[in-house]
Write a protein that binds this ligand. Structure first.
Ligand code: DGL
Length: 266
């Protein structure tokens, strides 16, 4: 079991930021990544559709003998985590939300927390309900920022256009007076610096990738599931292959990767 791969999935390539953080934290681990590029953006899909896609992908990762499953997408984590946990009984299932909630709850009492993410994540209200379950006095204010993911995929980063879009969203009155901002989308680590610059260091901007990788590493260690050999493999699958995705995948994973198409949904 220890040598088996970590299974990771996302709507497409955003989850590669989580895969990258895991690779850095646990370089010996094998990885099977699945990006559901046929159905992206998940942020625009219904909760029911996201549950169905996630169940099918989890089945694929189980068939690949994964020793755990990481839902590396906030939209799918928001609405499909419970059902995947119920369906996948024998191995751990991780989402990208709970480790962040834990961190925020430890550092916040009556603070004001801002959350930005896709429409699916924000309309699920998951961050507010989970933070308030631990910190009833925290004020949680969430804003859907649907232009950010496509903007990042098109590599509009670090220029005038991205600066304007980011400023337009972050100046929304919902986010006035926040002490912390959670980046609740696995695409957003790529604009972490721009968001931090917008706030000029005045608030804490929470980038979930390292928090999530750290949590998974601790859990796998506690469960005695870490690979002790140095033999590892990494495979990256998508439900719809294009050269453009492969190019973007390199940008998200920070090294060249080969995407293989696998048709799960026929
Ligand atoms: N990576 C997805 C997330 O974290 C957003 C992209 C999409 O809408 O598919 O929610």
């Amino acid at each position: 079991m220890k040598k088996f791969p970590i299974g990771i999935f996302d709507s497409g390539i955003g989850g590669l930021t989580v895969a990258h953080a895991l690779k850095e934290k646990l370089p010996n681990e094998s990885i099977i990544y699945f990006g559901d590029t046929e159905h992206l953006p998940y942020g625009e899909k219904s909760a029911e559709a996201l549950r169905n896609y996630s169940k099918r992908i989890a089945k694929f990762l189980l068939e690949k003998n994964c020793k755990c499953i990481v839902i590396a997408c906030n939209s799918a984590s928001s609405v499909a985590f419970e059902i995947i946990k119920k369906t996948v009984k024998n191995i751990p299932v991780f989402n990208v939300i709970d480790p962040v909630i834990e961190k925020v709850a430890n550092s916040c009492n009556a603070c004001k927390v801002g959350v930005i993410g896709t429409k699916a994540t924000i309309s699920s209200n998951i961050y507010k309900s989970k933070i308030n379950a631990k910190c009833p006095k925290a004020i949680v204010s969430a804003l859907a920022t649907p232009l950010l993911a496509p903007m990042i995929e098109e590599k509009f980063i670090g220029g005038d256009i991205s600066k304007k879009i980011i400023a337009n969203y972050l100046s929304n009155k919902k986010l006035h007076g926040i002490d912390q901002l959670i980046l609740a989308c696995t695409h957003y680590p790529l604009i972490y610096k721009e968001i931090r610059d917008y706030y000029k260091g005045e608030i804490s901007v929470i980038n979930s990738t390292n928090i999530v990788a750290e949590h998974i590493a601790t859990e796998l260690k506690d469960k005695n599931l870490l690979n002790e050999t140095q033999k590892r493999e990494r495979h990256f699958y998508v439900s719809n292959y294009t050269k453009a995705f492969e190019k973007s995948a390199k940008f998200f994973f920070q090294e060249d990767i080969k995407l293989e198409e696998v048709n799960l949904f026929v």
